[in-house]
Design a binder for this molecule. Structure first.
Ligand code: ZN
Length: 201
């Protein structure tokens, strides 16, 4: 009975770990055994941090990134240039651009990309919220920094079409970022150059 219970909880842990991207049927048990056998303190910290993050983090009303407050510290910072809005796919892309120290404007994080094959269209991606954000009367230029993958390019093109009719300048990172390239795998020097040499659409 005890054995059955313990394996049920182990199965549940392994099953839960598989919700992580890239974690499959072989790596999930390895992770579970590692946490239980080699790093119980780390496992407890992970469980607590995950629970706490789920409780307190939400999406910033302005940039859609994760924030503990309704408006995140970056969006509330009066020293940033509110006339420029950089659109990225993920928080990791935002972090890369911040690290490049070549941009002091605002951001909008899509939390994904258009992917019709996966059923993610403009509505699912919440592009209407981006349009509202970009047309606040303060933003003058929207910089599209989605990845140079097929889906990232389609996303950029769709947003450019939606915003172009609203009198906003729309630009795209230059081709310093390689074709098929994702920002999170691009060095920050290249990102800084791609921003500086962005082209108007
Ligand atoms: Zn924000």
């Amino acid at each position: 009975m005890i054995v059955a219970d313990s394996s049920a909880s182990l199965d549940e842990l392994i099953g839960a770990l598989r919700c992580l991207p890239g974690v499959g049927p072989r790596s999930a048990p390895r992770m579970a055994y590692h946490l239980l056998q080699r790093d119980r303190a780390g496992a407890a910290r992970l469980a607590a941090a995950l629970g706490h993050a789920l409780e307190v983090l939400r999406h910033c009303e302005r940039c859609n990134a994760f924030s503990e407050d309704a408006v995140c510290a970056r969006c509330a910072n009066p020293n940033r240039d509110a006339s420029r809005l950089c659109v990225v796919e993920n928080p990791t892309d935002l972090a890369m651009i911040e690290q490049s120290q070549s941009y002091d404007g605002m951001y909008y994080v899509l939390m994904g990309r258009l992917s019709p094959l996966d059923g993610i269209g403009p509505r699912e991606l919440g592009l209407d919220r981006l349009i509202v954000r970009a047309t606040d009367g303060v933003v003058r230029e929207v910089i599209l920094a989605t990845n140079f993958t097929n889906e990232g390019e389609v996303t950029a093109h769709t947003i450019a079409t939606l915003l172009g009719t609203r009198g906003l300048a729309v630009s795209r990172l230059s081709r310093g970022v390689p074709v098929g390239g994702e920002l999170e795998h691009t060095d920050i020097g290249t990102i800084a150059q791609a921003l500086a040499e962005r082209r108007v659409l």
